[in-house]
Design a protein around this ligand. Structure first.
Ligand SMILES: Cc1ncc(COP(=O)(O)O)c(C=O)c1O
Length: 396
């Protein structure tokens, strides 16, 4: 986050850029979610640089741009060079088509991972959405829809190479390999598969999926190939092929767990102190009194809770940064608040209205996720709708 000095604003007593609080809605909010669009664009370009020259880099923007707002994230990636986008659902695709049309990319390719649900074919065709066909049944319905509309509709074909979740199972690949003629009736954008274990480079499933996928490709008609998600990009050129499909790394989550994060942090989450109190030894804190003070203790109540995505698993295990110093979450996470121990701050104890960093320098979404026993993906997509959201940078 830019300092007040760097952005020309007046330093605010809470350490926050005062210009951010010029907006009354920001002043009223219990928490500010700042999204750095320049960092997101930098991340897109960083992934492009990691890829073998000639490999296209798509942007996965499902789940509302991994919780950060598809309306700002998708145009940011488009400005950075993305021309192909992936969403999970048809409604996400319809929304994205509107967003990209309004922002100057009406012809971007939008691929819908969940495929053409029965009865939705016309919606997909009308919005020029490319369904990912996950079964021969999907292929049959999509061909039929194309025929009825008098077009050869665009499609992606998903082959299951080990996830056992979506995509053609082995027996359907066998049938299609024996008679690939149904594929003549669609314009095949790519054949794809999805890695189950790319975040663990030593996992034997990576090589096994590579082998199974190559075996399937050798038996199917030639088409562009899409393989890697964020972590897959870092597995090396064997996984790059024609089109990579990164999501989470674009938003700053580390695609190489256990190693330094090659991405820039996109999210900063600042929340306000609602009340500070002194409690005596043995006094309980929060629901279930799951924390008991061992001595005189100063508790700050922060205005962000599980309704805002601060998972309940952070109870008695999470941390926030107060004045740049670590302060532990004590007691259970409530719907709208958490309680942190600020005894250590003595005379410099924070006061009502001060901001603390829930996600920030030295404590990113991955660190918070680990404290919650989860992953950065869940942390970001769980972020609630109550934050005052501030987008910085142009993402150009
Ligand atoms: C099929 C598919 N491709 C690509 C992605 C993007 O993966 P990641 O966010 O790990 O980069 C996902 C995300 O779940 C996916 O389901």
């Amino acid at each position: 986050m830019k300092s007040a000095e760097a952005s020309g604003g007046t330093p605010h007593p809470t350490g926050l850029d005062a210009t951010l609080l010029a907006d009354p809605a920001a002043r009223r909010a219990c928490a500010l979610l700042q999204v750095d669009l320049d960092a997101a664009a930098w991340n897109y370009r960083r992934l492009c640089d990691q890829l073998t020259p000639g490999t296209e880099c798509a942007a996965v923007v499902k789940a509302n741009g991994y919780g950060l707002g598809i309306e700002r994230m998708a145009p940011t990636f488009a400005r950075a060079g993305a021309r192909t986008f992936f969403v999970a659902t048809i409604d996400e695709g319809l929304h994205l088509r509107r967003v990209l049309t309004e922002t100057g990319w009406p012809d971007a390719a939008i691929h819908v991972l969940s495929g053409p649900l029965p009865g939705t074919e016309r919606d997909l065709l009308d919005a020029r959405l490319t369904p990912v066909l996950n079964s021969l049944g999907d292929l049959d319905r999509w061909r039929a829809a194309g025929k009825a509309a008098g077009v050869r509709p665009a499609a992606a074909l998903h082959v299951d190479s080990g996830m056992s979740r979506l995509g053609l199972p082995d027996d359907e690949v066998d049938r299609l390999a024996a008679d690939p003629s149904p594929l003549d009736e669609v314009a095949l954008a790519h054949i794809m598969t999805h890695l189950s274990s790319a975040d663990d480079p030593g996992h034997p499933e990576n090589a096994a999926q590579l082998e199974r996928f190559d075996a399937a490709l050798a038996r199917l008609p030639a088409a562009p190939v899409s393989f890697a998600n964020s972590s897959g990009i870092f597995l090396g050129p064997d996984y790059h092929r024609n089109l990579a499909r990164p999501g989470v790394a674009l938003y700053g989550v580390n695609p190489t767990p256990g190693h330094p994060n090659p991405m820039q942090r996109v999210v900063t989450l600042k929340a306000r102190i609602l009340q500070v109190r002194q409690i005596d030894a043995q006094r309980g804190v929060g629901y279930g009194a799951s924390f008991r003070a061992q001595g005189p203790t100063r508790i700050a109540t922060i205005g962000v809770g599980y309704a805002d995505g601060l998972l309940r698993h952070l109870s008695n295990s999470g941390h926030v940064a107060v004045q740049g110093r670590c302060a532990p979450v004590v007691g259970r996470v409530s719907m709208d608040s958490i309680t942190v121990d600020v005894t250590e701050f003595g005379a410099n104890a924070p006061v009502v209205g001060d901001f603390v960093d829930v996600i920030g320098d030295g404590h990113d979404q991955d660190a918070l996720a680990e404290e919650a026993g989860t992953i950065g993906y869940e942390m970001l997509t769980a972020l609630g709708s109550r934050y005052h959201r501030v987008y910085t940078g142009g993402g150009g």
